[in-house]
Design a protein around this ligand. Sequence first.
Ligand code: SAM
Length: 333
Amino acid sequence: MNRSCIKVLKKKGEPIRRLLLEMDLLDNSARISSKEDYLLLPLTRKPEEVELKELPGEFELTEHEFEEQKGQLKFEELLDVIPHFEIVGDIALIEDDVAEPEKVADAIMKVKKNVKTVLAAQSPVEGEFRTRRFRTVAGEERTSTIHKEYGSRFYIDLERAYFTPRLATERSRILDQVKEGETVVDMFAGVGPYSIMFARKSPNIRVIAIDKNPYAVEFLRHNVELNSVPNVEAIEGDANLEAEKYAGIADHVIMNLPHNANDFLDAAVKLCATNGIIHYYDITPEDDLFESSLKLIDEAAKRAGRTTELVESRVVRSYAPHQFNVCIEVRVL
Ligand code: SAM
């Protein structure tokens, strides 16, 4: 089996192996191999630039033909259909309408040795705080865990605050745009996945992280400690009201509240310094991916006597049939 892999001197391999495992990047279905003085560590996928920066010491990203790891159970051996699930920390999330959830949960725990709990969603993402209800199908009875993403760690209770690992790549895209010395306002910060990532990039990046959900802010504060990022100011409050206090300071405004972000556009414009960029997320239909949302942003800028310049608009992921999660980035002049 051909895999992307990390080639590292044997004596330097262990810390990298452990980190790859933590980042869910080590492919356990392939057998770690060696060549002369080097260890070849098989990967589940090609890592992002930011992930590579997390790995200590010197190494090479290359490809190699690996042998299959014997004794490693596969879903095909346990189930007729490979299940859809998402992993947050050591918790696997399945949908409640899956057939035979107990059997699926049991298979997940056998194949994914890191998983300690399998939860089935009992509700869609709902309410102002965008949370879900779950029931435990297998393993430990809990909804809290620590999730690792690109070297950051997030404590999260999934029933009390929103979190999805599906935006990890999207977050790293925005991270590339945030520069030394800049100020970011994360209007709907949740437990801090965007905010903490920016703050870890440099202590000279100031992050104002706002959320209305008291639990989310409690976890956010915990995560600020966990990741040693005192340059994040965690604020419990309504983004529309808090924006008044921080008018004109933001080089970047993150608006990750798809469905409702348009209710906060006047506040986002107000937050922007000259040339500040609004990163606006929305859920839109395929026949109007960007047009209507762009118009709303332009109108908000006009109301404040300002103009805009489109930086980029892109589809982040598919959300539902014919509906997409999009990101529109607009510079406010
Ligand atoms: N950015 C985080 C992430 O990527 O995990 C959280 C995104 S979640 C879709 C939206 C967040 O907005 C929730 O944590 C919710 O509590 C928060 N929220 C909803 N209404 C708000 C408001 N008026 N002011 C501030 N935060 C709000």
